[in-house]
Design a protein around this ligand. Structure first.
Ligand code: TYD
Ligand code: MG
Length: 462
């Protein structure tokens, strides 16, 4: 048996290790994610729980010290020349931090990461690409414009070489595009496998902490789970940013999923143009396309995503069901919640929707989770059902409860202020929001308080 490579099974979703194949990973519960790989050598950091890199702890001269003697100021953060990205990071990049930017192929991860050094010319950056040659990177940089004098590029896939170059060049920012294309000599499996991804990320984390150099990792997300998804990396890195959006459309949303140095509620919107990603600093403008015609089934919601108010258009289409079972489908919204809202309309307010198909869409490819969208959804469904249009100068911000009551939402003043800024004339909120105490800035917007759905219909359609 000498020389036989010992293999183990890893879950490609969470990185859990098992001596044998299993249909369902006992750690994360995902089905059909176990992949067979050579076992990582004992001395490597890949073994054990991801993120608890033993060698990293032992190689430093760390010792216990009082928390109040530790110095951390905003000087340890720096701007990377992109206001939207800085905000999602929690106010800039933190020295020695590791940031993962994940997303589907073609969404714009390489574009965004190459734009950082080009738009921040004083920052000495090493951009390592395992996917493109130096010439291809140059071609992309030419399209993006900016100053490329401080941007070093390296087309390399071997981790040990990358680290050696990084130690000699001493960049102020290291970008790895992508973590799935690089591999370490100490692991026998191929690049992109669970153990490689884990080993390479741990080694890069050690480099980041030892040299206080921030590292940006790019990670691909694949739907079939055949290569190690960034899920394994989530434990290792400090910040996880996910790119969302339709690759065919031009808008992209960068959302913070995990942030050890800031809020995870942050979100940035970018537009893919012929010369790279443009920051969209006021997303409401793109999310509420202004219609010339008076269309029924359209309502605008004053929602919050994280700390920012947004105005987003909700579109509904209600039509007589062509088949026996009516269809209900929602894009950008939880379809179970849509079903719940339809049941409330049916049971509590007597609208006959059981024999109707209901389609719901959130404009701009956005996914909304804010319960304050409920009222706009209900309004758009009723508008389509009665074929009565809602003025584009009206918006909504309230939750709808199971008994049909219209419930208050948080930060209603900020939602009203945003709607007022964008020229809305009326905003419908819950009467439990104590609307009398709400002050509008210029008094241009009328606050309409409603307590239940019949009251909403009376004020909206009569
Ligand atoms: P890319 O950053 O290569 O995606 P990823 O690294 O996430 O796979 O972006 C790919 C898409 O972006 C590609 O379809 C072309 C488009 N693109 C533009 O529209 N404008 C540009 O300036 C650039 C560089 C890319
Ligand atoms: Mg790429």
């Amino acid at each position: 048996m000498a020389g036989k490579i010992k293999t183990v099974w890893y879950c490609s979703s969470c990185g859990n290790e098992s001596p044998k194949w299993m249909g369902r990973c006992p750690a994360c519960g995902e089905w059909n994610t176990m992949v067979e790989e050579p076992k990582a050598p004992k001395e490597s950091n890949a073994g054990g729980v991801a993120g608890r890199s033993r060698a990293y702890i032992s190689t430093t001269d760390a010792h216990p010290e009082p928390l109040n003697s530790i110095d951390f100021s905003d000087e340890n953060r720096f701007s990377i020349g992109n206001a939207e990205l800085d905000r999602v990071l929690g106010g800039g990049m933190v020295e020695g931090s590791m940031v993962l930017i994940g997303g589907e192929p073609g969404i714009g991860k390489s574009t965004l990461s190459l734009q950082i050094p080009l738009h921040c010319p004083h920052l000495k950056t090493l951009y390592v690409s395992g996917e493109e040659s130096a010439k291809q990177i140059k071609l992309r940089a030419q399209r993006l414009g900016g100053d490329d004098s401080q941007c070093l590029v390296l087309s390399e896939t071997l981790l040990e070489n990358i680290l050696e170059h990084a130690r000699s060049v001493q960049p102020e920012l290291l970008i790895i595009d992508s973590i799935q294309t690089i591999y370490s000599q100490s692991i026998e499996s191929s690049a992109g496998s669970v153990s490689q991804v884990r080993e390479c990320a741990s080694a890069l984390l050690r480099y980041a902490k030892e040299t206080s150099t921030p590292v940006i990792l790019i990670g691909h997300i694949t739907k079939d789970g055949t290569i190690a998804g960034p899920k394994i990396l989530e434990h290792i890195v400090d910040v996880v940013l996910l790119f969302e959006g339709d690759t065919k459309g031009s808008y992209r949303i960068l959302r913070s999923i995990k942030n050890r140095f800031g809020s995870t509620d942050e979100l940035a919107v970018f537009e893919m143009t012929g010369s790279g990603l443009r920051e969209v600093s006021n997303p409401s403008e793109i999310l509420i396309p202004m219609h010339q015609d008076d269309l029924s089934g359209v309502a605008v919601s004053a929602m919050m995503d994280g700390t920012r108010p947004f105005l987003v258009e909700i579109q509904a289409l209600v039509s007589t069901a062509a088949y026996g079972t009516p269809q209900r489908s929602a894009t950008g919204f939880d379809s179970r919640r849509l079903n719940m809202l339809l049941a409330v309309l049916e049971k509590r307010s007597g609208f006959k929707l059981a024999a109707k198909d209901v389609f719901l869409n959130v404009a701009g490819g956005l996914r909304v989770t804010d319960p304050a969208c409920d009222l706009a959804i209900v309004a758009s469904v009723l508008s389509s059902n009665f074929d009565l249009y809602i003025s584009p100068k009206i918006c909504f911000a309230a939750e709808v409860g199971l008994s049909g009551e219209i419930r208050p939402v948080s930060q209603v003043e900020r939602r009203i202020a945003e709607a007022e800024k964008l020229g809305f004339e009326q905003i419908f909120i819950s009467s439990f929001n104590r609307s009398d105490s709400i002050k509008t800035k210029d008094g241009h917007i009328q606050v309409v308080a409603v307590s239940d759905i019949p009251a909403l219909c009376r004020k909206l359609f009569q």
